[in-house]
Design a protein around this ligand. Structure first.
Ligand SMILES: Cc1ncc(COP(=O)(O)O)c(C=O)c1O
Length: 422
């Protein structure tokens, strides 16, 4: 099977910077993020009262700082993400909450951090209410509700329904309200992250479920969150988001609740991928071009240790070639793989691990292969598998290229390890 391609299959620059210069200056593999693209995506969502960046998609401090300077607040799913947000200049408390801790459990460290710093919490299990109530009686919380149905680009990303571990099951709402009342904890927010993508019929059902839930909770509700799941066009055939329509459905729900409760309700959106995916490029160098029977492989110096989405979900990323020298107009079907000692280390694969080819320009060792739309769930899912160092990350901002994370060294790979004295 040959995958269709998006964009031109050659490119010589990223955001106005010559690829050859970037590779020589920062080395490969290296992630590049275009600051302007992130700012443009933020502007697209300005109608929402609050844009809360799901930093799990890309939590580099420079990216967090950029979104903060553009009026965006953050979601944190671990104490590590809270730490990052605080390092990037977010306060712990304020209106809207600058950092919201969203999870299905409190590990002990996260619970201490939340309690000590007065963080707002979006709880995803009855046990979290119990543990929070014991430590913060009379506190305020948001409930993440699983309305009993879901959506997602793969079974692994579906966040609703009874096979999902996320959120509070809709039928458990009464018990949860009683549990909150036991500690005089007030439910001030409701959150549903179901990932409707561009399916507006599905989104209407989510809005309806939000309204029903809010009416059951009552007028203590002051914030509703539409969660994330806004789509990114990775393939030619992918349709971009109709932001106005998305907003209108949620705004209608919000207004209906305002009419019922007689006070203002703040409408939040919580995108991860939408804000950063298209800003990101993973620059790699082709290190081998080899034939295996009828197939031709380009083997590059990045693997699933750098970008795991293809092996995890069969995710498609557009790719292009940048020539280090001359170059050719001709294209050929190729399979693109990485350096890892693992046969699944293939960037051109479909869900289920089926290897595909991609029509790409005829290229040679030393040319560059750019994996595009890689700014979300890219670097953050990196590992040191095969003792490969983490790549560098660079923020491109107009004419400037800032190194925002240095490449790991061999010493970094063994940091914290020790050999027992014999
Ligand atoms: C609670 C929550 N909010 C927001 C997001 C962001 O999702 P996306 O990157 O698809 O917008 C996620 C992703 O898993 C999530 O779990």
């Amino acid at each position: 099977m040959t995958q269709s391609t998006k964009f031109s299959t050659t490119r010589s620059e990223i955001s106005g910077h010559a690829i050859k210069d970037l590779a020589e200056r920062f080395g490969t593999p290296c992630y590049f993020y275009d600051a302007q693209t992130i700012c443009d995506r933020i502007e697209q969502l300005r109608q929402f009262d609050v844009i809360r960046f799901a930093q799990k998609a890309n939590s580099n401090l420079a990216v967090l700082d950029l979104v903060r300077r553009n009026g965006v607040v953050v979601d944190a799913v671990s104490s590590g993400e809270v730490f990052r947000a605080q390092k990037a200049g977010f306060d712990y408390t304020g209106t809207p909450s600058p950092i919201v801790y969203t999870a299905d459990i409190f590990d002990r460290e996260a619970l201490d951090l939340v309690v000590e710093n007065g963080l707002h919490v979006n709880v995803g299990s009855p046990d979290m209410i119990e543990q929070y109530g014991q430590r913060v009686p009379s506190g305020e919380i948001t409930l993440r509700i699983n309305p009993g149905f879901g959506h997602g680009h793969s079974a692994k990303t579906n966040t609703g329904g009874d096979s999902s571990k996320h959120g509070i099951w809709h039928e458990e709402l009464d018990e949860c309200l009683q549990l909150a009342a036991k500690y005089q904890v007030t439910v001030t927010g409701l959150h549903m992250h179901i990932g409707s993508g561009t399916d507006f019929e599905h989104l209407s059902q989510v809005c309806e479920a939000m309204k029903t839930t809010a009416l059951k909770v009552g007028s203590t509700i002051r914030v509703i969150s539409a969660g994330g799941g806004l789509p990114t066009p990775y393939r030619d055939s992918d349709v971009g988001l109709d932001v106005d329509r998305y907003y209108q459905l949620w705004d209608k729900t919000r207004k209906e609740l305002e009419a019922e409760f007689g006070h203002a309700i703040s409408l939040e959106i919580e995108p991860g991928r939408f804000l950063v995916a298209e800003s990101g490029f993973l620059l790699t160098e082709i290190r081998a071009v080899k034939k295996m029977g009828k197939n031709l492989f380009y083997l590059v110096d990045a693997g699933f240790n750098n970008l795991a989405r293809p092996i995890l979900y069969g995710a498609y990323h557009p790719m292009s070639i940048a020539f280090s020298g001359g170059g050719s107009e001709e294209t050929q079907p190729v399979i693109v793989g990485g350096p890892l000692c693992e046969s699944g280390d293939i960037f051109t694969q479909e869900e289920g691990g089926f290897v595909c080819s991609r029509e790409l320009p005829v290229a040679a060792v030393g040319d560059y292969l750019v994996i595009e739309c890689a700014g979300a769930y890219g670097y953050v899912m990196s590992s040191n598998y095969n003792s490969k160092p983490f790549a560098a990350e660079v923020l491109l901002d107009g004419d400037s290229a800032h190194l925002i994370r240095r490449r790991q060294t061999p010493e970094d790979l063994v940091l914290g390890e020790s050999i027992p004295a014999s």
